[in-house]
Design a protein. Sequence first.
Length: 128
Amino acid sequence: MEAQLFYKELGRLLCAIAAADGKVSDKEVRTLKRIVCEQLVPQEVATDHFGPDQAYVTEFEFEVLADRGASVEGAFDSFIACMARHKHDLTAERRDLIYRCADAVAHAFHGVGRAELPLLRELHEHLH
């Protein structure tokens, strides 16, 4: 799976988790930006034709979906479907990265609530 597609879908997943309770908080946005800078960028070597690290696609996709008020289900289902199509590309390290990012966003605003918990459970079911 190419890096741009992975990071785009990761942005969708993280937006779905952040918006699960009906609103994306500033704390969730700050957590996402921290994740991109501290976890995604250092481990990614791919760049686009303008030069920036492909990991920033996660932040861009998250922000676009959040600004548009995208459907939680649509964003989540897109991620799950994409990962199912590319299951052979998901190494243990990449799965761990997905889990860490999802958990960080879910815990960012008052911890994991009733809205986020089913998404996290389904995520774990689909990635195993």
